[in-house]
Design a protein around this ligand. Structure first.
Ligand SMILES: Cc1cc2nc3c(=O)[nH]c(=O)nc-3n(C[C@H](O)[C@H](O)[C@H](O)COP(=O)(O)OP(=O)(O)OC[C@H]3O[C@@H](n4cnc5c(N)ncnc54)[C@H](O)[C@@H]3O)c2cc1C
Length: 520
């Protein structure tokens, strides 16, 4: 098993152990000044976590074993515990306390599309809920169904690169491939996906499609859903293949029905993606802006009028200050990191520099950008370090049109601060830009208090209400899961909710796929 299992470095009750990322002393001192840090209780060992015995009928287990093979229907305590939740901070805190809520009855590991389809057929007939499990990195409760008995469908064995079309620049990847494996396989053919979310180390191709993921280089490569040309989906009704040409006017685009469907309408077994040649050059640099408003203006000009860097990430004043405390810089203002990848980058770097300078940007040089690039995957390890230090740290995100962005930033930030009156640090940044708007991402660090999960629920609800009130979306890239369901329903309205329910009813008449997730 390699999903949050033996061969994986994903940690128990933490993001991982592959890197030893420590809180810099200066950041620890700053946090201790602002927050009341409580030493956390020691982490309950995985082996000590109690789960009730598997209650699945022997006939169900036999039917599943016949389909996927004896060794791939796993009912061990470890496998069930490791597949019981995602990686939000509340998930990690529960794991730290040895509380995994509802563990799956068994972990099923199909080898191919046919086996996935057969597992869905068996589970539909026998009324057993199924939760597709990719990398297990959901941060919105996407792996925690509202079902008393369910199995986790771990897609880790669907890990092949099925086809590459170098002329059209497309590749077909199986859903269970993790991002680093997919990157390696594509690199052998001279291509890259360019999809680099912060969950890169563990998240899978199927998970990216199922949640409409967006990576750090989305300004240049686009969101994951932009890259998807076609999908194969196993549903309890049968197989659906969508997307057969680069563009089509043959009716509504049904790829969009399955992108972001979060395992509720079917299991994505392979994804055909647009790929790009491996970049020959890359260049990262930093810029300073006097204020977030100034930086937003400059970033908008690049997003709308070009030239567009591959990566644009603008931190607000607080995020810049905390980042500077960690790295020993003290330039103040707001930090913008711009990254460029391609066959030839210098002309774009120079043209973008003219735009940034014309809008008040002060160049900080390559080291400021490279420092970001060196630490681009550190944040989840830093969250572990913060939890170890007794602080609570969690993130949330949204997207809005440029004209609304400053208000959304201000109101969401204030809503979180108001909901955590005894002190919190709220860091913000923009890291995905479009012609019409951008994402906003918030990191919240606060004292855990006696009930950290309860405190977070209150703050998250306040932030979500503020997001809804400003007309922004409840998620730009984390998805809906169980946690955003109520706000998602309000965002799309009653008729659209009924439409979604009707589609689910058709494709999944027994309601076995991810009950309680996404579909209101
Ligand atoms: C530290 C951290 C950083 C993150 N950074 C980013 C980021 O930068 N950008 C971003 O977009 N997201 C980010 N995320 C969120 C998360 O990584 C994404 O949602 C990711 O796309 C999920 O992929 P996964 O393979 O881990 O899916 P899982 O977490 O296993 O599953 C997510 C949902 O999709 C369903 N699902 C999974 N695979 C399939 C499939 N093959 N077919 C149908 N349904 C399926 C699951 O049932 C579940 O509901 C981050 C999460 C963490 C913990």
């Amino acid at each position: 098993m390699d999903v949050r299992g033996e061969a994986s470095t994903a940690g128990w009750a933490r993001w991982g152990t592959a890197k030893d990322v420590k809180l810099p002393d200066s950041a620890s001192r700053l946090l201790a000044q602002v927050l009341d840090l409580t030493p956390p209780p020691s982490v309950v060992a995985l082996a000590a976590v109690a789960v009730p015995d598997c209650e699945l009928d022997g006939a169900v287990l036999d039917a599943l074993r016949q389909m996927v093979g004896d060794g791939h229907v796993i009912t061990t305590q470890e496998a069930r515990v490791r597949h019981a939740s995602g990686m939000s901070t509340p998930d990690l805190l529960r794991e730290r306390h040895g509380d995994v809520r509802l563990a799956p009855q068994a972990v099923i590991r199909p080898a191919d599309h046919r086996q996935v389809a057969s597992v869905l057929d068996i589970c539909s007939r026998l009324g057993v809920a199924v939760v597709p499990f990719g990398g297990g990195t959901s941060v919105v409760g996407g792996l925690t169904p509202a079902a008393a008995r369910y199995v986790a469908l771990d897609l880790g064995r669907l890990n092949q690169l099925l086809a590459v079309d170098p002329v059209s620049r497309t590749a077909t990847l199986q859903a269970g491939l993790r991002a680093p494996q997919a990157t390696e396989l594509l690199a052998e053919h001279g291509f890259t996906l360019g999809h680099v979310p912060q969950s890169y180390e563990y998240a899978t191709i199927g998970g990216f499609a199922a949640t409409r993921s967006s990576g750090q280089a989305s300004a240049g490569y686009g969101r994951f859903d932009d890259m998807v040309m076609g999908l194969t989906v196993a549903t309890p009704r049968g197989t659906v293949r969508v997307g057969r040409a680069p563009a089509s006017a043959a009716g509504p685009d049904l790829r969009q029905l399955f992108l972001g469907s979060e395992g509720t309408l079917g299991v994505i077994t392979d994804v055909t993606v647009r790929v790009r040649p491996l970049p020959a050059r890359s260049h990262y640099e930093g810029w300073r802006f006097e204020s977030f408003a100034d930086g937003l203006h400059a970033v908008r000009r690049l997003a709308q009028d070009g030239p567009r860097p591959t990566l644009l990430r603008l931190s607000d004043e607080i995020e810049t200050m905390i980042g500077a405390a960690g790295s020993g810089r003290s330039e103040g203002g707001c930090l913008l990191v711009a990254g460029y990848e391609g066959a030839e980058v210098l002309p774009t770097v120079e043209a973008a520099a003219d735009v940034l300078a014309a809008h008040g940007g002060v160049p900080l040089g390559e080291e400021a950008g490279q420092q970001w690039a060196r630490h681009r995957f550190d944040a989840p390890y830093l969250r572990d370090a913060l939890l170890d230090a007794g602080a609570f740290a969690e993130t949330l995100e949204t997207a809005a049109y440029w004209s609304a962005l400053p208000e959304v930033h201000g109101r969401v930030r204030q809503a979180i601060l108001d909901a955590l009156p005894d002190g919190a640090l709220v860091l913000g940044h923009v890291s995905h830009v479009y012609e019409t708007g951008a994402s906003l991402y918030f990191t919240v660090i606060c004292s855990p208090g006696p009930d950290p999960i309860g405190r977070w629920r209150t703050a998250k609800a306040a932030a979500s209400e503020a997001i809804a009130a400003t007309g922004a979306t409840i998620s730009h890239h984390h998805g809906v899961g169980a946690d955003h369901r109520a706000w998602y329903a309000a965002e799309i309205g009653d008729v659209a909710v009924d439409l979604l329910r009707a589609v689910k009813q058709h494709l999944d008449p027994a309601g076995i796929l991810n009950p309680g997730i996404l579909v209101p």
